[in-house]
Design a protein around this ligand. Sequence first.
Ligand code: ATP
Length: 338
Amino acid sequence: MSIIQIENLCKSFKVLNRHQGFGGAVRDLFSRDYKIVKAVDNISMSIDKGEMVGFVGPNGAGKSTTIKMMTGVLEPTSGSIKVDNFVPYKQRMKYVQNIGVVFGQRTQLWWELPVIESFRILKEIFEIDDKTYNTNMGLFNDLVGLDSLHSTPVRFLSLGQRMLCDIVAAFLHNPKIIFLDEPTIGLDVSIKNKIRGVIKELNTRNKTTILLTTHDISDLEILCKRIIIVDKGSTIFDGDIQKVNSLFGAYRVLRLEMSEQFDLEELSNKIKSNFKCRKLPEIEASEDGWINITINLDEIKLVDMLNYLLTLFPLKDIKVEEVPTEKIIREIYEGGLK
Ligand SMILES: Nc1ncnc2c1ncn2[C@@H]1O[C@H](COP(=O)(O)OP(=O)(O)OP(=O)(O)O)[C@@H](O)[C@H]1O
């Protein structure tokens, strides 16, 4: 059963066309020279209760604007949005009781106060009954050792401890939906894994619907079965993370083990001058000493590439692999696969 229902959602901003220099700044004061920026351009999605979905895309793709509309901060220009049967921007006061929001970059907790005081304030704000509060605080203690941090002012927490506290705090009032924005940003691998474990546990236990925005592909691979990729305000992929590859299925990695020394730059130049195509093969040495050549099969036949390579070197071993999902998503972020 879907809890988030978005249809043909659009959001445009009217932005002043700025002019350069001091004279330009003065002109801007009186200017009516505006342009329209389509931040979100016809996005539709339906998310079921309890799903954890990765919401990803390059910088400026429209993720924050979509989330702001989902949380009721912004009103759409057109289209419809319903979250847990609320129209967020219309029924904001009632609606916020049902959601939790975590921004990796800034804390929702009270900076100067001991951790426990923040949780007590949240208890009052969300009118959480004693039983729910005590049960959740017990659970958070089991998961992240919250008791040992109770008396520490938030500003003295390490970034990882602060993030763990922020995440469990978002779950304190048992919201139905949580928006997580970059929950592992700037953290080392061990604390990232701990945070992922806590998110997964709370999602499973509480059947909380989670929309996760992250630039860390491992977060997606570990936490999300489904991802929605947006670019330039529109959805370019919505489905099983394992199927992202099929979007760009024309790509393969040809892995080569050479039987003699070679010069990577020389090899690259030869390949690039021999195959004239729009998207040149990507050639790199991997850590295990093999050469990886990523080929767009729409432009170069695997057999042509192999035949050409055999004219250059004796090869010891050859493997053909699919492009890893991680690489594809990273390239989408960097705008490289369009
Ligand atoms: N208040 C605003 N006024 C004008 N333009 C805006 C405003 N908010 C966002 N935009 C523009 O809308 C587009 C989408 O921005 P948005 O912040 O939603 O992208 P994003 O995917 O969240 O990017 P990032 O990963 O960098 O946070 C961008 O071109 C941005 O400059």
